[in-house]
Write a protein that binds this ligand. Structure first.
Ligand SMILES: [Zn+2]
Length: 52
């Protein structure tokens, strides 16, 4: 496990599932997407937008 789940809240998006960048752009939190937090139905999301 990583420290991202230390308190059940993602430190990057603070549980909002969205991350606001310095320029004001809001994008989905890839950590949560990759971790399945947004997915209550346990289906796998495609990885085509996720950079490793
Ligand atoms: Zn997150």
């Amino acid at each position: 496990m990583t420290e991202e789940n230390h308190n059940g809240v993602c430190p990057k998006c603070k549980g909002s599932l969205r991350v606001q960048k310095a320029d004001g752009t809001v994008q989905p939190c890839w950590d949560c997407l990759n971790g399945g937090k947004m997915d209550v139905h346990s289906k796998k999301l495609p990885d085509h937008n996720i950079k490793l």
